[in-house]
Design a protein around this ligand. Sequence first.
Ligand SMILES: Nc1ncnc2c1ncn2[C@@H]1O[C@H](COP(=O)(O)OP(=O)(O)OP(=O)(O)O)[C@@H](O)[C@H]1O
Ligand SMILES: [Mg+2]
Length: 225
Amino acid sequence: MNLFSFQNVNKIYPPYFKALININLEIKEGDFIILTGSTGAGKTTLLKLLYREEKPTSGEIFYKNISYSELKTRQFNQLRQKWGIIFQDYKLFPDLSVYENIKISLILSGKKFKNMKIFIYEYLERFLLAHKAQKKIKELSGGEQQKVGVIRALIRDPEVLIADEPTGNLDPDSIKEILQILKEFHNKGKTIILATHDPIIINQKLGKLIRLKQGELINNVELFE
Ligand SMILES: Nc1ncnc2c1ncn2[C@@H]1O[C@H](COP(=O)(O)OP(=O)(O)OP(=O)(O)O)[C@@H](O)[C@H]1O
Ligand SMILES: [Mg+2]
């Protein structure tokens, strides 16, 4: 069974800009999807439809054969609670500390932790960010903020990870660290949908490479598995 599927999905932004054109896509449980394509190709739009920040203009999206249009907000939020989302614009709380931003995400995941503080610090150390734990987000550099956005999503050990350009502002060492975690995730059978044009990631030849061009999926899915 597909975890997600898009059937004839179109997205038109008002007044009339076709951001996605007739998208048909199937995502299976355990897939590692790399979604690529130039700036403005529609990658973020496709991910926004997936986590339902935007609705399709026409066509349907399914989660395990249930149409999104049949899922009530409360039901969808329950599903989403088990996902991790890395937003292209981070969506952090600028006036809260690094530690608090991550802690809120962990609490909202509903999981129980024996020692949340140690757990958070372990992740921060992995990304060389422990010394910034008590700093407010707005006091961090762009790359540091991006790292927090990444940690916040990964630390919940989500069943589905949706990542929108998670490495755009990062140095090669941080990118390697993220790649390592993504591989661990994938090996655990989790589903990853990652939008990127980062050659370091694409050259790893992980999963399925899918290309968008001016809103259309180019029909040459490259299978790396
Ligand atoms: N809210 C919006 N209203 C109108 N047009 C939009 C909106 N959001 C995106 N677009 C347009 O839709 C197109 C696709 O945007 P999208 O953000 O999905 O591209 P992208 O592939 O993620 O690009 P990037 O690599 O720069 O992140 C762009 O031309 C953009 O200008
Ligand atoms: Mg984008």
